[in-house]
Design a protein around this ligand. Structure first.
Ligand code: NOJ
Length: 512
């Protein structure tokens, strides 16, 4: 069915309601409320301060890799304007800031060269500036970008040497910043790093089985080897933190997954099983080894000896290697079984034998977002949180990202982009269901970060999508608050302006 028809059917399904209004007081006083960014997406200054090239610096310079031909060479120029961005956060009234450290700024040659004091100083400046304003740093050690030299030298995640390099990098960071940083995540969305890097080849290092798309690779084998090394790298870093730093520094360390929620397409056992498989291939792939020492049964059954094995020593090293689970949650999709009844699956879902769709009987699961395949489904955040709660014994959780993209095509009206009422509704509605997960579900969720503070470089989409609470003018790099920035400030002040804003009556999807 054509998209236009689908959308109009979806509109007919809307229940014209004003959103429920969520309140700051529905969350504990100690709850972290923040905004999130990552180094490659905002810093720019890609050659400054003795930094070496990262894999993303190299990849984005290959013609055709990024939709609008852009790159992060300048991005938001945050490297030079960070104080301005710190003031933006301060004015929002957030109590935390999630950002990542560029590995190639700290160790331009990995463990084969010295520590770059200019890079160390840059993040020291940010940490000190935010702490002065009552904002806690929530630091990601790796958000997709790695020194290119590690790729060139030994093939990065495909080689077990990366465990040593990653451990070394983590230790340098704990030493330099751990006196002030109390929240560390080892990796952002390793499930994306691996599937996009080694299965579809859309991300660096551009490996997959299709020689017309990728430089080399084997989509049936490499993702599992790369993930294996990444999981053991996580365990190495956590081991170092626990043995040498945690007692003295008193922080927490975890990992962040990209975690969509899935609903069965049909009310049949096969689709319910498919949901469990999809969740296992997304999340338990990484979290089961880190918590329980082995890959999930759903993966063993399908992959057999394509899954690498952990030695007894590695299993011991892995067990309970998490203080928290970070959840990046944006969307929910329907899932259909393709294991018992063969059907066409996308490249990324091949091994899990599931088919993803946003549509059931001609009706979309929620309002489509500007990012293709994303739908606004507020109840999904409650369900994904409860899934993690059950599977991992209510290990503390943080919503490390959620957010709403806008299309930024040339000629888009700045006024419309600033007047982002759809984003406000999205944030309000997802927060409403998050509050429910805490209240009714007893989920130990301790924080929530909006992606993102400012519009920034959105990977394969370049600058065509805008996620920021602040609009960025790509010519002048001026930051301008969107309406959602005002909304967040007021929400954090205990006053949700949705109370007195008027929305088009048909603009929110509410599940019955
Ligand atoms: C996930 C990633 O962590 C982040 O880098 C990205 O920009 C957002 N989600 C939006 O796609």
């Amino acid at each position: 069915m054509k998209r236009a028809v689908l959308v109009s059917i979806w509109y007919l399904q809307l229940i014209p309601l004003i959103s429920c209004v969520v309140d700051r007081s529905q969350f504990p006083a100690t709850f972290l409320f923040g905004t999130a960014t990552s180094s490659y997406q905002i810093e720019g200054a890609y050659l400054a301060g003795n930094k070496s090239l990262s894999n993303w610096d190299v990849f984005t310079h290959i013609p055709g890799k990024v939709m609008d031909g852009s790159n992060g060479d300048v991005a938001d120029d945050h490297y030079y304007r960070y104080m301005e961005d710190v003031e933006l956060m301060h004015s929002l009234g957030v109590n935390s800031y999630r950002f990542s450290i560029s590995w190639s700024r700290i160790l331009p040659r990995g463990r084969f060269g010295g520590v770059n004091s200019v890079g160390i100083e840059f993040y020291n400046n940010i940490i000190n500036a935010i702490l002065l304003r009552g904002i806690q740093p929530f630091v990601t050690l790796n958000h997709f970008d790695i020194p290119q030299v590690l790729e060139d030298r030994y093939g990065s995640w495909l080689n077990s040497q990366i465990q040593q390099d990653y451990g070394y990098f983590a230790e340098v960071c704990f030493k330099a910043y751990g006196d002030r940083v109390k929240y560390w995540s080892t990796f952002n969305e390793p499930n994306m790093t691996i599937t996009l890097g080694y299965l579809s080849g859309d991300f660096p290092p551009n490996h997959c089985s299709q020689s017309t798309i990728c430089i080399s690779g084997d989509s049936a084998i490499e993702p599992y080897i790369a993930a294996h090394n990444l999981i053991l790298s996580h365990a190495t870093a956590v081991d170092i933190y626990r043995k040498k730093f945690q007692a003295k520094q008193g922080g927490m360390i975890g990992i962040v997954l990209n975690a969509a929620w899935y609903e069965p397409l049909r009310s049949i056992p096969a689709d319910h099983l498919a949901v469990q498989r999809a969740l296992a291939f997304d999340n338990a792939w990484f979290l089961d080894p880190i918590m329980y020492g082995d890959y999930p049964p759903e993966m063993h059954q399908i992959l057999g000896n394509r899954l690498p094995t952990f030695s007894m020593k590695e299993k011991d090293k892995l067990m309970n290697k998490l203080d928290f689970v970070g959840i990046n949650h944006y969307t929910t999709k329907y899932v259909k079984d393709c294991l018992f009844t063969p059907c066409n699956v996308g490249t990324l879902q091949g091994d899990s034998f599931v088919y993803f769709t946003g549509e059931r009987d001609g009706v979309l699961i929620g309002e489509p977002m500007a990012m293709s395949g994303y739908y606004v489904v507020p109840y999904g955040i409650e369900k994904i949180v409860l899934y993690f709660k059950e599977r991992y014994n209510n290990t503390p959780m943080f919503i490390t990202e959620t957010g709403f993209p806008q299309t930024s095509y040339p000629g888009a009206s700045v006024k419309d982009l600033l007047n982002d009422t759809k984003r406000i509704e999205f944030l309000n509605d997802y927060l409403t269901f998050l509050a429910k997960a805490l209240r009714d579900g007893g989920a130990d969720v301790r924080g929530y970060f909006i992606w993102s503070l400012i519009d920034n470089f959105e990977w394969l989409f370049g600058y065509t999508l805008r996620f920021g609470l602040y609009y960025v003018d790509w010519l002048t790099l001026e930051r301008i608050p969107k309406l959602s920035a005002t909304w967040y400030r007021q929400f954090l002040n205990g006053n949700n302006i949705l109370n007195y804003m008027t929305f088009p009556s048909n603009s929110t999807y509410h599940p019955s």
